[in-house]
Write a protein that binds this ligand. Structure first.
Ligand code: MOS
Length: 759
């Protein structure tokens, strides 16, 4: 096994993505593509105010549009049950149930759903619905009048703000200090596969085609909202065209479409517009941070204080509380953290790739850079001397931690030693050159999972698990794990994912898919190996007869013991079976059969990260070069390099693609992305891909990913750490730190754009 792993890691042409060909040839079927017979088309009408209630809703003009079949409003369709958000033990992105009454919680709340013979008729009718409101002045964001600010510890009894010693006193006494405020903006998911749902009823059974990161959660959540038997629900999502957290919790649209289809007794398809996606789904909330650091003359960090504020909706106290990661990052002498939620008249935010680490590590890693400047110390060196192999607060050890190796190997590859420290000192003509760095981290998490593996004598394998292909390479690495364990080629393996009829798989969240799925698939494969081995060892005429089964392996389509081997077909014959099918469950250490049972009922649970007896994290070091034009303030980022240690890398191709995507997202987040919010109306303004800025090809030049070898068999039997969310952590800070190095200007509010540098 170890041999196979290192061979894969070093191979420049690791196993290609299993679904590459069908994706590039348009054959991959996303839920939005699923053809159903005789569909009617739905369109949403959404609120024009952010706070208040509906006074009147007039659907007469809408009804008279030719082809309109049905219009659902709170007056005729108030039937959905209340639900809880995911973070609160529920399965939804928001507890705001549309059409449950006249109350308006946020701009863009669903106020009606129109169904018509064509999409065009439905959209025309939706525009003709006339709603009048009792409007109140909304509270928009952190710092606005009328918001409610609450410490998370007061609203969530399970929440702990990491604290160690007397950080105030230590900060006060430290010879070198930083005291700074940082902010990150709201950012919205803009998946290429929009928020779409198609519902088909047959004999009181409902099939839902919807892009999903958690088909089991969706099955039970929709059943709960409808009050029907979950066994009557089937959720189908074999591919997902852009997820990143936006499709892990249910939105409220799904049940509305199901309701419309039931009323109409006909399949109904909804494709919400991109603009509606900003308010009917979740987003990354804006955050603010007050960070203080204190250090001694040698750069040892004596105090880390971090208070944060996160925006959320009125009814839901959703928060990401990233100090659980930042507080274990360095060998701090003392720690004081506090996280607050700020309730405003907005839709409920939710998960977006590395939800806690992106904003919180930005604040910490920018502050670390400021501390390095104060100390006149190299920022890589400052991180190195404050490295820790244990949680500074509780003393628990890391299972493995290769941050220093990432920093050193990343610095070497980037050429960091050629950096001249003084800001503005690396000028190239009119361009001010800056180099910045930052730490990346992401908790290694694992979920219970079940899987079925089927093997036939010709060496064909079928793997079934309700895990999810969200672009991460799940089909590839799951098939690879089975092939490797059964001693067959990846092309012998067919993998089935993304369907609620399959054995329960984990939510595609928290970067836990690879660890959770490969663990359970390996277990099922080992059960197959054991059956074949026992048959081979006991059959009288077998060349393997009487040999110790524990030494048997499957390799090259044979059962192998030392120098002796038996073809699979013979082993099957001895077993007297023409197929072996094994169903396995894996329950991570420290979890219980109850957690497995929760998963069977559509509740996600994970362990790992900062939770267990050891801390489990993947690490990385980000290095970025920026060039800022001295006269125009134009910012370019010609070079980014990330060095990452994430345990065993199952597949360097899919891993590199995840990490590269993360770095690019990080550059986007630092320099481009922000949802603009109208301060009078609490309305999102740039709700389209023309105005919501993301980088184009010309903005991204060299992006390099290095793998730092790391072995950790404590985390799980395959030694796999998650890495999907690792790549975009730290990039914000690396860019901001590079811009300081280029210009001497410390910009603490993201994104950093030329107008800020010119001001
Ligand atoms: Mo991810 S933000 O855990 O889908």
């Amino acid at each position: 096994m170890a041999m196979a792993a290192s061979a894969l890691q070093s191979s420049p042409d690791a196993i290609p993505r299993a679904d590459a060909r069908i994706k590039v040839t348009g054959q991959a079927r996303y839920p939005s593509d699923m053809a159903v017979a005789n569909p009617a088309f739905a369109c949403l009408a959404t609120s024009a105010i952010a706070r208040g209630s509906i006074r009147t809703i007039d659907v007469d003009a809408a009804r008279s549009v030719p082809g309109v079949l049905d219009i659902l409003t709170y007056q005729n369709a108030n039937v959905l049950k209340p639900v809880k958000i995911f973070a609160d033990g529920g399965r939804f992105g928001t507890s705001i149930v549309p059409l449950s009454g006249p109350k308006i919680w946020h701009d863009g709340q669903i106020v009606a759903l129109v169904v018509a013979e064509t999409f065009q008729a439905a959209s025309e009718a939706a525009r003709k619905i006339a709603v009048s409101y009792y409007a109140e002045t909304p509270s928009v964001t952190i710092g606005s009048d009328g918001v409610t600010v609450k410490p998370v510890a007061d609203v969530d009894k399970t929440h702990k703000d990491p604290t160690l010693g007397d950080a105030e006193a230590a900060h006060g006494a430290a010879p070198f200090t930083v005291d700074a405020e940082y902010s990150t903006p709201a950012q919205h998911h803009n998946p290429i596969e929009l928020f779409t749902t198609t519902c088909v009823w047959a004999d009181d059974k409902l099939t839902v085609y919807e892009p999903s990161q958690f088909v089991y959660g969706f099955k039970y959540g929709i059943a709960e909202q409808f009050g029907i038997d979950p066994d009557d629900l089937h959720v189908v999502s074999p591919f997902v065209g852009g997820a990143f957290g936006s499709k892990g919790s249910l939105t409220q649209r799904t049940a509305l479409v199901a309701l419309a289809a039931r009323r109409l007794k006909r399949p109904v398809k909804l494709v919400a517009t991109r603009s509606q996606g900003f308010t009917i789904a979740t987003y990354r909330a804006e955050t603010r941070h007050h960070v203080r650091l204190g250090a001694d003359r040698q750069g040892k960090i004596l105090a880390y204080l971090h208070e944060a504020w996160e925006l959320t909706s009125r009814p839901d106290d959703y928060n990401v509380s990233g100090t659980t990661s930042t507080a274990v990052m360095y060998d701090y002498g003392s720690v004081a953290t506090k996280v607050n939620v700020v309730n405003a008249d907005r839709n409920t935010p939710g998960f977006m790739r590395a939800p806690p680490e992106v904003p919180y590590m930005y604040a910490l890693e920018a502050a670390i850079d400021e501390l390095a400047v104060a100390l006149v110390m190299d920022p890589v060196e400052l991180r190195r001397i404050n490295d820790t192999m244990k949680d500074p607060v509780t003393g628990r050890p890391y299972s493995s931690r290769s941050l220093v190796e990432c920093l050193e190997q990343g610095a070497e590859a980037f050429g960091w030693r050629n950096r001249s420290a003084a800001p503005g000192s690396m000028r190239d003509g009119d361009w001010l050159v800056g180099w910045g760095c930052a730490t990346a981290c992401y908790p290694t998490q694992i979920s219970p999972a079940a899987a079925r593996v089927r093997l036939t004598p010709d060496g064909s394998v079928r793997v079934s698990i309700a895990a999810h292909e969200i672009g991460n390479g799940a089909y590839t690495v799951i098939g690879q794990a089975a092939a490797e364990r059964l001693g067959l080629k990846p092309e012998n393996v067919t993998v089935y994912l993304g369907d609620s009829v399959l054995p329960a798989g984990p939510v595609a969240g928290g970067s836990n898919t690879t660890a959770s799925t490969t663990t359970v698939v390996a277990k099922a494969c080992d059960a197959i190996r054991d059956k074949l081995s026992r048959a081979a060892a006991t059959a009288g005429e077998s060349p393997l007869a009487g040999k110790p089964v524990a030494e048997f392996a499957l390799a090259d389509g044979r059962v192998v013991a030392g120098n002796t081997a038996m073809p699979l077909e013979d082993a099957f014959r001895h077993l007297g079976q023409s197929v072996i099918e094994e169903y396995a469950e894996s329950i991570p250490r420290s979890m219980s059969p109850d957690d497995m049972n929760k998963l069977y009922h559509g509740h996600a649970s994970m362990t790992g990260g900062p939770k267990g007896e050891k801390l489990a994290f993947a690490f990385g070091a980000q290095f970025v070069e920026v060039r800022v034009h001295a006269l125009t303030g134009e910012i370019r980022a010609p070079r980014a390099l990330g060095a990452f240690a994430a345990g065993r890398i199952m597949n360097p191709r899919t891993a590199r693609s995840q990490l590269m995507g993360g770095i690019i997202w990080g550059l986007s987040s630092a320099l481009h992305e922000a949802t603009e919010i109208d301060e009078r109306t609490a309305r999102y303004v740039n709700t389209n891909l023309a105005d919501y800025l993301i980088p184009v090809n010309a903005d991204i030049q060299s992006v390099e990913v290095l793998f730092v070898p790391e072995t950790d068999n404590w985390i799980n039997p395959l030694g796999v750490k998650g890495l999907g969310e690792l790549g975009n952590v730290g990039v914000n800070a690396a860019v901001a730190n590079a811009i300081f190095h280029a210009t001497g200007k410390r910009v603490r509010d993201l994104p950093i754009r030329l107008e800020t540098l010119l001001a």
